[in-house]
Design a protein. Structure first.
Length: 685
């Protein structure tokens, strides 16, 4: 009966599929050096070479090794001449039938495998070093479903992927595509019955009592495990060498190969287990030392982090940050370090010294309960450090320390980061990935300080210093790009604000506007207190003619009103129109967005907000009926509301009942000029 790939378990089933035994010989040779150690690659022998041909070739290679001659130009020939000892090892491998058969699977087959093909076109190309032409020949045959050609392409692309791994700086995208291509071909081979029929014929033809035909089914079943084992080894290797991206690629390939979480998890955890054992041993040693009477908890926590940082990165690369396996070992380290730190803080009150370690621990995976405890500890210790007061975690208390009252909260935060948290990066001696992650977290805090210090305190110097400090950290390209974007936006905002700020002094008044508020002849209205705005053009009679004048008025929540008009600041002249436009531009930049948000918030809370005499509700307007005098209980939804602006009038009515309507003179009605924007905000939220 043909050997078939195992059937997957039904979706949602807890039962594992019944699998044939795995091939131990295949798993043994499944390493990143799979093809470098292939005896057929080393010798140049065909996979069908008989005992006499093998013996003859072994003698030739021994002689070449002794004479140090015999350079070959065939495809995939070893870069260096084999030594006599290496030749003997190859000869021994070829004497082991099961091991040899596995190596045959991972090398090129003649077109008629298991029958020999003396005039095989592709094999001739390989002998001549014409690798590309051999591949093109196999691709043409593979399109026709030729099993040996499909098999050879799987071997070829897999070998090329492993060779590319040895390159100094391969393109990550090209490497990933080559691996996926190789895996796809091996998957096709595993599902192609014709390939395994030929391999069973090969076993039968050998007639070796040490080799049972059942090994073919085992080999077929083992292919995914073998490929995953190689990728897991590469994931670990790249992680150990600081190549996190390539390590992550191979961890993802393991999952891709298995197609099920269980198999992938087992393959990756197998590689991670020795690392986790090292981490567990260090955790245990730290707990023992921390229990001694003269233990220094800060030193122990710092050492625990320093010695386990890179090992934790390896486990993360292999198993993934969200994996329970990784979370458990990360929690173990974090919990032990925090216990050491809390004991140290209670003994010494050294809140500032604890901050770097706490800052590092914030980035570790752990249980939700631990994260809450860590966040609370960080809040207390950070608060102590900022205020200069000692508050125990959670018990003892010392007297207050001297505080610098002249510093703002953001200046204190900045100084704490630059004096304590940033220097702590060098003190912990983290690996490259750990330094980058720690720095990115600090850079994020510096960015927040910069933005808040400017927006809330107008402290441009602190904002720029915070950004400059962040850029000096080794926080990685992605964070630097984000910082550059934020800094550019802030710089643009600073320039725009400078341009928008206005001081207008005329014979009839002095007007000063900036983001904090507006002053008219020394009367100040804070930006946060503005509750109403109206503006427009007013026509008034002057003798026998009409005089057009501009008006801009604002009022505060306390009811204080201010007005610019034809007698105050906006006295008719050649510049009046320009001044009017400049003042409105500044008002709309600094005040109107926040005013609209405040009005919308009040409406949503059910507070009384009017346009003229028309109440504004969350669901719509309460409009008066022209046929029912005094009634104002007709709610018109915003979807049914028709709004018109013409002749200096704001008019709204119901689309369904035109008798429901109201209208107001825009220049005389508070917030009529922003009614449309207000409705848009209400509809969004």
């Amino acid at each position: 009966m043909p050997d078939q790939p195992p059937s997957p378990a039904a979706p949602g089933s807890n039962a594992d599929p019944v699998r044939p035994l795995l091939c131990a010989a295949m798993l043994e040779i499944a390493t990143p050096r799979l093809y470098q150690e292939n005896p057929f690659r080393k010798t140049g022998l065909s996979v069908l070479a008989g005992a006499r041909e093998v013996a003859k070739r072994i003698d030739q290679l021994k002689l070449a090794a002794e004479l140090e001659s015999g350079e070959e130009h065939r495809s995939f020939a070893p870069m260096e001449l084999l030594t006599v000892d290496q030749v003997r090892e190859v000869a021994q491998v070829l004497k082991e039938p099961a091991v040899r058969l596995v190596h045959e699977l991972f090398w090129f087959w003649p077109e008629n495998f298991p029958e020999d093909s003396p005039d095989d076109t592709a094999m001739v190309f390989l002998a001549q070093g014409e690798t590309r032409r051999a591949i093109e020949h196999w691709e043409a045959l593979a399109d026709e479903g030729q099993p040996a050609a499909l098999h050879n392409l799987a071997v070829c692309y897999h070998q090329q992927a492993l060779e590319m791994e040895e390159a100094e700086a391969p393109d990550d995208q090209d490497l990933a595509q080559l691996w996926l291509q190789a895996i796809r071909y091996w998957d096709r081979i595993r599902c192609d019955e014709a390939v395994w029929t030929r391999l069973r014929a090969r076993v039968t033809g050998l007639g070796d009592a040490r080799l049972s035909v059942e090994i073919v089914g085992q080999m077929r079943t083992t292919i995914p495990d073998a490929l995953a084992k190689i990728c897991a080894a590469l994931a670990l290797s790249h992680g150990e060498q600081g190549r996190a991206n390539r390590g992550g690629l191979h961890a993802a390939l393991v999952i891709h190969i298995h197609g099920d979480n269980t198999g992938a998890r087992q393959a990756l955890e197998t590689r991670a287990t020795p690392i986790v054992r090292r981490i567990d041993a260090r955790v245990s040693e730290t707990k023992n030392r921390a229990a001694l009477p003269d233990a220094n908890g800060l030193t122990e926590a710092d050492m625990l982090i320093r010695t386990n940082d890179e090992d934790l990165r390896l486990v993360e690369i292999l198993c993934g940050r969200a994996a329970e396996y990784y979370r458990e070992v990360s929690h173990s380290v974090a919990d032990t370090a925090l216990n050491c730190l809390v004991g140290y803080q209670r003994q010494t009150g050294d809140d500032r010294g604890c901050l770097p370690v706490l800052f590092y621990l914030l980035g570790m995976e752990a249980t939700p309960e631990f994260k809450l405890r860590l966040a609370d500890t960080f809040r207390i210790v950070r608060g102590n450090a900022l205020s200069g007061e000692r508050r125990d975690v959670p018990e003892k208390r010392l007297g207050p320390a001297v505080v610098e009252p002249e510093l703002s909260d953001y200046e204190k935060e900045f100084r704490l980061l630059t004096d304590q948290v940033i220097p702590g990066l060098d003190g912990m001696q983290l690996g490259e990935a750990g330094r980058e992650e720690y720095s990115a977290r600090v850079a994020g805090m510096l960015k927040n300080i910069a933005v808040a210090a400017y927006h809330e305190n107008d402290n441009i110097n602190l904002a720029m210093n915070a950004f400059a400090t962040a850029f000096a950290l080794p926080c990685g390209d992605r964070m630097r790009e984000a910082l550059e974007k934020e800094r550019s936006q802030l710089q643009q905002e600073i320039e725009t604000r400078k341009e928008k700020e206005l001081r207008l002094e005329t014979e009839t008044g002095v007007l000063l506007i900036n983001r904090k508020g507006v002053s008219l002849d020394g009367r100040w209205a804070d930006a946060a207190d503005l509750a109403g705005l109206r503006h427009g053009v007013q026509n008034r009679a002057s003798g026998n003619s009409a005089v057009t004048s501009y008006v801009i008025a604002w009022r505060t929540a306390a009811g204080e009103e201010f007005e610019l008009n034809g007698q105050k600041v906006l006295v008719p002249s050649e510049r009046t129109g320009q001044d009017y436009a400049r003042i409105l531009d500044t008002f709309y930049y600094f005040f109107v967005p926040a005013l609209i948000d405040r009005l919308a918030a009040a409406i949503r809370k059910g507070e009384d907000v009017l346009i003229g005499e028309t109440p504004i509700k969350r669901q719509g307007l309460l409009l008066a009926s022209t046929v029912r005098f005094g009634d104002r209980d007709e709610l018109v939804s915003y979807a049914s509301l028709e709004t018109r602006t013409e002749g200096g009038q704001l008019a709204f009515s119901s689309k369904l009942n035109p008798w429901l309507s109201d209208s107001y003179v825009i220049a005389d009605t508070w917030n009529a000029v922003i009614f449309r924007q207000l409705v848009e905000v209400l509809l969004r939220g």
